[in-house]
Design a binder for this molecule. Sequence first.
Ligand code: CP
Ligand code: NVA
Length: 300
Amino acid sequence: MTRHLLEVVDLTAAEVRAVLELAARPPEVLGRPLEGQGAALLFEKPSARTRHSTEMAVVQLGGHPIYTRDEEVGLDSRESVEDVTRVLQGYHRVLAARVYEHEKLTRMAKVADVPVVNLLSDRAHPLQALADALTMEQVLGGPLSGRLVAYVGDYNNVARSLAEVCLLLGATVRFACPHGYQWDDAERERLQALGDVTMTGRPAEAVAGADFVHTDTWVSMGQEADAQIRKQAFEGFTVDDALMDLAAPDARFLHCLPAYRGLEVAAEVIDGPRSVVFQQGHNRLHAARAAIAFLLGIRP
Ligand code: CP
Ligand code: NVA
């Protein structure tokens, strides 16, 4: 059966653990499962980390990545998602895409007989979450299970995927999001079925005693028209030193990047000793390589 990675929960807890184990291994140990084969990387939005880490992951697995912006492919504008998928899978062993509407990925996966990988959608950012988990376990030098992970900010694609990976690994998740930017009841029930996760409107409450504090931009790609409204709504949600001081004494700060200093995070935090954001960014490569290898049938 063809496996896809559109959301973290496309993997079981044991499979997440397997991907993290693969990510910790030197690249050559995974072999070259993409030798002589291609990987299509389609982008409807800009990217630095995801493009470069996924391209290099494909290269390290022996394959040839082809990066294409949507101006050329035109998912649902030049031709349908389904037609693009059926054609490109004749050239490539993996199809990966960064899209506005998550539904484009589910439609792609429905007709694809090669793995489809989500490179960020409005719903999820699974490769980011796998890199986040890898980073937290590197910091701990052991499993994330039983640890407290706080996320302060917008309940968005990054937040959702982070919660999924943390809950699958047995961590507790505490969200602090402003009213109007929180989960809905269905989403709360879905996540609470995975583990211990709560939502508050008070950052100090979520961060108290946390081992890790995460945030993300208040204005995701595609939300630029709402930037002013959002910046007002998120006032008081900046992760600064005073907030970090409420976390565990050796707590670490994570951010998927790009970051907006002075908004979701103060420079003193992201550029300070508690920040592991560049280690986290570098781990995107290891997570991408491991996830693609896993989808191709490589196991630890
Ligand atoms: N974190 C992340 O996905 O960054 P890019 O948008 O640069 O890929
Ligand atoms: N939530 C952000 C993440 C960027 C990597 C966005 O979707 O733009």
